[in-house]
Design a binder for this molecule. Structure first.
Ligand code: FAD
Length: 580
């Protein structure tokens, strides 16, 4: 499916037709609703003010997971739904959603301790109806994570979770929905709501590329603008409810900090779980959880204090690697759309989604990337009274369309690369392979991205600006030093003709991209970054002075329940097999 040079004009011309649903916001929430609405046969339009996945949905930790942390907080339903969705996504989207082993290091004196983890992981596995976790002694654990510090290491656990490319997941959903008759356009903002008889009946739209404006009407208008949700809600008198919380990451080259699977541990400073994991051939380190006070329309960026916090985490667990700021290839920060309840500790705010109806405007926000389909179905169920023809909304169908296609000319590609293309590009993968020029089915040095992916994205995936291409269609801006400047000559040779840009346009796009990368994806000024060695020494002194306290009663209770259920289940299986 090609979104060629005129695709935005052609979508714009169709805005006048009344729809069943207009979805505002092209992150995972909006994309999931578009997908499910199109699947249900509704006439649905999605508008995104910037690029698809420009908001939080390209800046997440990229985990498709239940979240042990949420289990520890007693969020059993959220964890249960998330692990079940993880299993569906793993089944339906290989190459886009892939298994990721997690190593959980435990140390002498850690609270919670080994038995609490054992209990929690048993429940986590039971929720997914599987048994993946296992405990390792310190010497075996160090075989799995060879560079981890032996200091106080008591061993640890391994369990199964999953990871994805968040921006590509959004795009795959949108492209599947469009193939099913949905309509989507980027760089078109909802600038106002149209109200008739007191109820919202449509939106006023502005195209950020041309400046043109239009009105679009629908029986239902859904506000899926994530951290921005309060802006539209204010127009129907909604009181502000979102507490934007920033989370940031560092990216380190895999050769400096090689990991075969994720390693998670409690941060020595505040005892929050943090992790390092392999992603797209690099090592990703995350994350933080802080109130985000900067204006939402500016690209979020990591603060000097967050850099020190994440460097302290690396130094604490991997001191032998001697990671310095010179090793950081890139950084990125995202803003969680969390519903604020005034908790002192941001990490204690719920990550569950909410659905609000206000004067006919349906707002759906909060939640996680992992549970996008359940969020979408909840949103559609909430508007059923206005769309009585809406078919039965069950979650029984595959989340992503089955892909059973050949890749022409790509027969000799390694199986992992074929899987990657099929997962990330879905039904478009054969066209991508067919479009490749000689040598373009090779990876770009230092990454797993093929040159052919760049050509295809520039030709057919709705790129409006260079950062759409390099930060979201492919992730070179996160994976190559200086955002990929060293490869820019070849990127330009492939992409400029496909995009139809003249030299002046390319040069201004490249200058804007470099400025954006420096402002939001690089390290802050080094002189401002606190010394993390001192932070670690202070944390160690505080740990030695701290009296023992049991901090996770819910986690333990949940775990004991799991163990009880497990032993009942084992007894039952034993009885059944004895009968057979
Ligand atoms: C640091 C961090 C790590 C995370 N890690 C994970 C993880 O590992 N796994 C997981 O499951 N979840 C994770 N999450 C949560 C998950 O990323 C978010 O819940 C999810 O991406 C939110 O998606 P969304 O579509 O609601 O919002 P967004 O992705 O922000 O999309 C909203 C979109 O609306 C657009 N918009 C705003 N106003 C308008 C308007 N007026 N008109 C048109 N468009 C508009 C914005 O440009 C934006 O693109 C993480 C979040 C953060 C911040």
């Amino acid at each position: 499916m090609i979104w060629g040079k005129d695709w935005r004009d052609s979508v714009w011309e169709q805005l006048g037709t009344e729809r069943d649903i207009i979805v505002i916001g092209g992150g995972i929430t909006g994309a999931g609703i578009l997908r499910e609405a199109a699947r249900a046969g509704l006439r649905v339009l999605l508008v995104e003010a910037r690029d698809f996945a420009w908001g939080t949905s390209s800046r997440s930790s990229k985990l498709v997971h239940g979240g042990l942390r949420y289990l520890a907080q007693g969020k059993l339903r959220l964890t249960l739904e998330s692990v079940r969705e993880r299993e569906h996504l793993l089944e339906d989207g290989p190459g886009l959603i892939d298994p990721l082993g997690f190593l959980l290091a435990t140390h002498k004196g850690d609270r919670p301790g080994r038995w609490t983890y054992k209990a929690g992981l048993s429940l986590y596995d039971l929720m997914a109806l599987q048994w993946t976790h296992r405990r390792y002694r310190p010497e075996d654990f160090r075989m799995l994570a060879p560079r981890i510090t032996p200091d106080r290491l008591e061993g640890g656990f391994r369990y199964g979770d999953a990871q994805t490319d968040d921006a590509r997941l959004v795009l795959r959903l949108i492209r599947e929905a469009v193939a099913d008759g949905g309509l989507a356009i980027n760089y078109v903002a909802a600038i106002g709501l149209i109200r008739e008889d007191g109820a919202v009946r449509g939106v006023r739209l502005r195209d950020a590329v041309t400046g043109r404006e239009a009105e679009a009407r629908a029986r239902v208008v859904i506000n899926a603008t994530g951290a921005w949700a309060d802006h539209l809600r204010a127009q129907v008198g909604g009181e502000a409810r979102i507490r934007p919380l920033r989370g940031s990451h560092l990216i380190i080259p895999a050769w400096r900090l090689p990991l075969a699977q994720a390693v998670s541990f409690l941060h020595p400073i505040d005892h929050r779980p943090v992790f390092l994991f392999p992603w797209e051939g690099a090592t990703l380190v995350g994350t933080t959880d802080l109130d985000h006070d900067a204006p939402l329309d500016e690209e979020p960026r990591i603060s000097p204090e967050e850099v020190a916090y994440l460097m302290a985490a690396i130094q604490h667990q991997f001191p032998a690697c001697n990671i310095t700021l010179d090793d950081v290839i890139a950084t990125f920060a995202g803003v969680r759309p969390v519903i604020g309840t005034g908790k002192d500790d941001p990490s204690k705010e719920s990550r569950e989604h909410v659905v609000w109806q206000e004067d006919g405007l349906l707002t759906v926000t909060g939640g996680k990337l992992t549970t996008f389909r359940l969020i979408a179905l909840d949103a559609l169920r909430a508007v059923r009274d206005r769309l009585p023809e809406l078919a039965d909304l069950s979650a029984d169908h595959p989340v992503l369309a089955a892909i059973d296609v050949d890749l022409p000319g790509a027969e000799n590609l390694p199986p992992a690369t074929r899987r990657r293309l099929l997962g990330r590009y879905g039904a478009d993968a054969p066209a991508l392979a067919a479009a490749a020029e000689p040598g373009e089915l090779e990876p770009i040095p230092g990454t797993r991205t093929l040159w052919a992916e760049l050509r295809w994205a520039a030709r057919a995936e709705g790129v409006v600006h260079l950062d759409d291409l390099l930060l979201r269609r492919v992730r070179l801006g996160l994976l190559l030093p200086e955002g990929g400047v060293g490869q820019m000559a070849r990127i330009r040779a492939i992409c400029q003709p496909e995009l139809g840009w003249d030299d002046a346009r390319w040069e201004s796009e490249e200058a804007a991209y470099r400025a954006l990368w420096r402002a939001a994806y690089s390290l802050p000024e080094r002189a401002l970054i606190p010394d993390w060695q001192t932070l670690l020494l202070d944390a160690r002194a505080a740990r030695l002075a701290r009296p023992y306290s049991f901090r996770r009663p819910l986690f333990l209770l949940a775990g004991l329940t799991a163990l009880a259920l497990l032993s009942r289940w084992r007894r039952r299986v034993g009885r059944d097999s004895a009968v057979v």
